[in-house]
Design a protein around this ligand. Structure first.
Ligand code: PRX
Length: 566
């Protein structure tokens, strides 16, 4: 077999047109992710191939061929159009990892609407903020999450349709409607809405330092990057059985848990269950998984469970391992080499980039602890934070920046032009992270350049937590910051001042924690609350989280006089 081209060769002659040609896209013509990931593969003779093998915690199982995915996504698309939902309107997917989530995503795109996936563990306040911002018209959900939607529906005038994939019509209220994907009459033919390259496709909410979460807007042309990075970085091949354990409520679960693998026509397996080492290894053994895309927190949890449990399973099918979401420490790479016989390949990217942008390319020597090099077609640099010019010496930390213009780059933040403009400086897109580049061109992650908290690979915005804290009993002011954690890398810690008449106590701490867990999510819940008399502020009264973060990480705060300026 001919050796695959080297990283250097691919970079030298790179053109995104490779992906356009392979996907059969004619520039200027129609392009629809829903169609590309189902009908296109059936036309190429893959209709009978398994697209999705789904299993839940109890071991219930469902299998769908590419033809099933094509027909069922048609069925959903027709149902949604039948409700009167127009192209461009936002439809939220708020479900556990059930088949309707994956296939529904394609159905929404086929009828030209915008898919807005949200993590099903979100509480009503996290949900409300994102649905209100996007002016979402419809939500597709499950009975078990309906109570959260019911709590907020009156505050969401745009929300016209609440669609339940597993409910009996008799149990439903006004504006609620039952839709059973597999029981509905199957729609063989559906004319996809003629979306083109720049038609909006997916709206993914992500957290920043300031303000509520921002909706990163993606377009149908993003599939060009997602297809090619899946093929070249995740090394997907036609015979692969691929498992991405990310939830499509987050960008990894859509770019590489739906679009990338299905655009490549591989069989993907889904396990609808949280972390459980035994269950995960059993699943990979039973399904003969060949390519596994995971995350550092999961790897650290597996490391804690030890190597013996790995040896109890036949994982010889595994060919390629990759990781995303947080720094992949060298120890995790070495451990995986030891127990699986192959390293995890780190991949760096963001909701905003839509695809992997810096990575340990297959075949490229892995330097454990490094993120690797830019994907061909991506120009990345570490910028001096004052001049926004690339730093001139290897090993010097700078801001990770990318030259705009790759296919899956976000096209804007929903309703937030100012926030979007702030991401660009001196002709570069700023990721909001810091890294250094070594003499061989490898990137080494140094940390975030803002106050966003990365807990278990999920970004949580301090402002969202602080706003929710204000609704808790006794809270006068607060600052949410990251605190180091051996497994999740970071967890949320809240510093809180209390209103007159309230005294710090364990009960109050617990009450506040529970309140945030229910209204926002378990991820956003502070793991610790420290009651203080006052918070560090700038001269004009803005809370300076950095001082508290530095305290948690035992780092020097730096020159306080400049920090305290506004
Ligand atoms: O801080 C970086 C971190 O996660 C951020 C992006 O988070 P999100 O938009 O939720 O997307 C996560 C999955 C793509 C980045 O700005 N991050 C992501 N990958 C890595 C990473 N930090 C270090 N190493 C990585 N490989």
């Amino acid at each position: 077999m001919r050796a695959p081209p080297s990283y250097e060769e691919l970079t030298r002659n790179f053109d995104w047109k490779v992906a356009e040609r392979e996907l059969g896209y004619q520039p200027g013509g129609p392009i629809n992710i829903g169609w590309m990931c189902s009908d296109r593969l059936c036309h190429r003779g893959l209709g009978g191939k398994l697209a999705l093998v789904w299993e839940d915690y109890q071991g219930n199982e469902k299998q769908f061929t590419y033809d099933d995915v094509r027909v069922l996504s048609n069925t959903i698309a027709r149902f949604l159009s039948g409700l009167g939902i127009a192209p461009g309107q936002r439809i939220c997917l708020f479900m556990d990892r059930v088949p309707e989530l994956f296939i529904g995503f394609l159905g929404i795109l086929k009828m030209g609407a915008v898919a807005q996936p949200l993590f099903s563990a979100f509480g009503e306040e996290s949900l409300r903020v994102r649905l209100a911002d996007a002016g979402t018209s419809a939500i597709i959900t499950q009975k078990k999450h309906l109570y959260k939607v019911r709590k907020i529906r009156e505050q969401l005038p745009d929300l016209q349709h609440i669609i339940l994939v597993d409910a009996e019509p008799a149990s439903l209220q006004e504006r609620e409607i039952a839709f059973a994907m597999e029981k509905n009459p199957r729609i063989e033919h559906f004319s996809c809405y003629p979306t083109t390259a720049e038609s909006p496709s997916v709206l993914h909410y992500t957290s920043g330092t300031t303000g509520q979460p921002k909706g990163a807007q993606h377009v149908h042309y993003s599939i060009i990057s997602q297809y090619l990075t899946s093929k070249w970085v995740l090394d997907l091949r036609p015979e692969d059985i691929y498992w991405c354990n990310a939830d499509p409520g987050w960008v990894t679960g859509t770019s590489y848990g739906i679009i990338g693998p299905w655009a490549n026509g591989v069989t993907q397996v889904v396990l609808d269950c949280g972390f459980n080492a035994t269950r995960w290894y059993e699943f990979m053994e039973k399904r003969r998984v060949t390519v596994w895309y995971s995350a550092p927190t999961a790897i650290r949890l597996l490391m804690k469970e030890g190597a013996e449990i790995v040896r109890q399973h036949d994982l010889s099918s595994l060919r390629y391992l990759a990781s995303v979401g947080e720094p992949l420490n060298a120890a995790a790479v070495l451990w995986s080499q030891e127990v699986f016989g192959k390293p995890f390949h780190d991949t760096f990217w963001q909701t905003e980039t839509g695809c992997i942008v810096i990575t340990n390319f297959p075949g490229m020597p892995v330097k454990p602890g490094s993120m690797g090099k830019p994907f061909p077609g991506i120009t990345a640099a570490a910028l001096d934070p004052k001049t926004f010019e690339p730093v001139d010496r290897p090993g010097v930390a700078g801001l990770i920046a990318l030259r705009p213009g790759w296919p899956s780059q976000l096209r804007g933040y929903w309703n937030n032009q100012i926030g979007f403009n702030a991401k660009f400086k001196n002709g570069w897109y700023l990721c909001g992270d810091r890294a250094s580049i070594d003499p061989d061109g490898y990137f080494w992650f140094m940390g975030r350049d803002d106050d966003v908290i990365n807990t278990g690979g999920h970004l949580v915005g301090p402002f969202e937590i602080e706003s929710a804290l204000l609704g808790c009993p006794g809270v006068a002011e607060s600052a949410a910051v990251a605190k180091p954690d051996p497994v999740n890398m970071e967890v949320v810690k809240a510093y809180v001042t209390l209103k007159r008449g309230f005294q710090p106590s364990d009960d109050l701490e617990l009450e506040i924690m529970n309140n945030i867990r229910k209204r926002l999510s378990p991820l956003a819940m502070p793991q610790e609350i420290e009651f203080v008399d006052s918070l560090p502020k700038t001269r004009s009264g803005k809370i300076v989280r950095r001082v508290l973060r530095c305290k948690e990480f035992n780092e020097p705060v730096g020159d306080l006089s400049t920090i305290m300026e506004d």
